[in-house]
Design a protein around this ligand. Structure first.
Ligand code: SF4
Length: 323
């Protein structure tokens, strides 16, 4: 039986691309890739709902290597879309070879995204990935040069689509045809297109030596402050942030929480004694502790805990230090 590997985000376009190929009795395995900047939550939910076979693969190591110096640069924020797509196709291509699949599928639509889905970018990705002639884009196939599986008759090109542009009319028509009524919105999912995340990311790249994927993960949670001595202080905004920061904390970090009243979890990665007063004062500030009264803050570092008494940090000072 003919087999294909689909790069699968869980968005409508990727579901439709899979359905168009399955319609020709081709066995499709979906592949969702994860890194510190995108996860497989949407892909997992969509695959479950549509009854699709899904493999999830973490590509953090290779991704960060590419991200350090993307050949084609960044998009509007810090999204290296051309190099990212190239890497994704390479990873999917390796899986194709390992599993004996015949070709790859993506849900890309010609002209839908300015940086990564125009004809020039698609050709660049095809050339640089090494798997261009194996990569079928079922939604736009009839507008693109036929790839190997089309030329060899493994798949019938006339049954594929010729969609281009940013409109969604054709996708809606196909969704109705395939009986798909419940699907996630098209945008979102990649933190490298999020202006707040990328502001923090740029700041981190200027101030920190990056030697662990955890540094990227921490950017997703809490309010971030840069202390005058260069330390990063992260203050949870809500219970979800506090939980996530607790999970990401490790033995060499300084952490703070309020003693005897609710408040944020504060994390200073690799923080030492000198960070304690500022971290504790931020903890008291965001716990809404009374002004001009010393609050009790529980600090923990290297297996030792202790309470320090400190006034909440002045609001103006918070505004100066926040990233
Ligand atoms: S938006 Fe993000 S995940 Fe998508 S191609 Fe660009 S960098 Fe990669």
């Amino acid at each position: 039986m003919t087999k294909a590997i689909a790069l699968f985000s869980g968005g409508l376009d990727s579901i439709l691309a899979v359905r168009l190929v399955q319609k020709q009795n081709i066995d499709v395995t979906c592949l969702a890739l994860t890194s510190p900047f995108f996860d497989a939550t949407k892909a997992k939910a969509a695959a479950l709902q549509a009854g699709l076979q899904l493999v999830v693969k973490d590509i953090t190591g290779e991704y960060l290597q590419m991200f350090a110096s993307p050949r084609y640069g960044f998009g509007k924020n810090m999204n290296p879309c051309i190099d990212c797509h190239t890497l994704m196709i390479k990873v999917a291509g390796r899986m194709m070879e390992e599993t004996g699949a015949d070709f790859l599928i993506t849900g890309e639509v010609l002209g839908q995204r300015p940086m990564s889905q125009n004809r020039q970018s698609i050709n660049l990705v095809a050339k640089n990935s090494g798997y261009g002639d194996f990569t079928l884009r079922p939604l736009s196939a009839r507008l693109l040069d036929p790839v190997k599986p089309e030329r060899e008759g493994v798949i019938d090109r006339s049954m594929l689509e010729g969609i281009s542009g940013r409109g969604r009319k054709d996708q809606m028509r196909l969704a109705r045809l395939f009986g798909i009524s419940d699907y996630p919105p098209p945008a979102g999912g990649c933190l490298l297109t999020d202006p707040i995340f990328t502001r923090r990311l740029k700041e981190m790249m200027q101030h920190e030596k990056i030697n662990s994927p955890r540094q990227y993960e921490l950017l997703r949670f809490g309010r971030h402050f840069r202390a005058p001595d260069g330390a990063k202080i992260i203050v949870g905004r809500n219970a979800a942030d506090n939980d996530a920061l607790r999970q990401l904390a490790c033995a060499s970090d300084l952490t703070c929480s309020m003693a005897g009243r609710p408040g944020p979890f504060v994390l200073v990665p690799a923080g030492d004694e000198s960070s304690k007063p500022l971290a504790a004062a931020l903890c008291a500030r965001y716990a809404n502790a009374p002004e001009n009264v010393e609050a009790e803050v529980l600090c923990h570092r290297a297996g030792l805990s202790g309470i320090i008494r400190i006034s909440p940090l002045a609001k103006e000072k918070c505004a100066q230090l926040i990233i």
